[in-house]
Design a protein around this ligand. Structure first.
Ligand SMILES: [Zn+2]
Length: 122
């Protein structure tokens, strides 16, 4: 499985830091994706919290599931867990993005969008 330019092989797990934006101060805004892969092939499950920045329960649920190692026990396939997707909305305690876009209405997205690079966190 390749996410941006980083490959996670079967039987391996990884935490990826995906740079998605920069603030006017120059600070980067990163999205964290926890990737779990079984050695056995199977479907991939995507678990996302914080699609709407003012709905914070899901963020904590996904964060705790990652922290408690829930996805390390998978026997087939893969799991990608993203505790907080809509970082701007979370910071501003608003449902959507600053431009009013509702992330939940943006799936499946576009293959043309490419992130600049992925940083692997050991
Ligand atoms: Zn929602």
């Amino acid at each position: 499985m390749i996410i941006s330019n980083y490959e996670v092989l079967p039987g391996k797990n990884a935490t990826l830091r995906l740079p998605v934006a920069s603030l006017p101060s120059g600070n980067r805004v990163n999205l964290f994706a926890h990737v779990y892969r079984s050695k056995k092939p199977g479907p991939t499950m995507l678990v996302i919290g914080g699609i709407h920045g003012d709905e914070i329960n899901g963020i904590e649920i996904v964060r705790r599931a990652v922290k408690n190692g829930m996805f390390r026990k998978i026997t087939k396939g893969s799991v990608i867990a993203i505790p907080l997707l809509n970082i701007y909305g979370f910071i501003n305690f608003s449902r959507g993005f600053p431009d009013g876009k509702d992330v939940n209405r943006s799936f499946p997205g576009s293959k043309k969008v490419r992130l600049p690079h992925v940083l692997h966190i050991p």
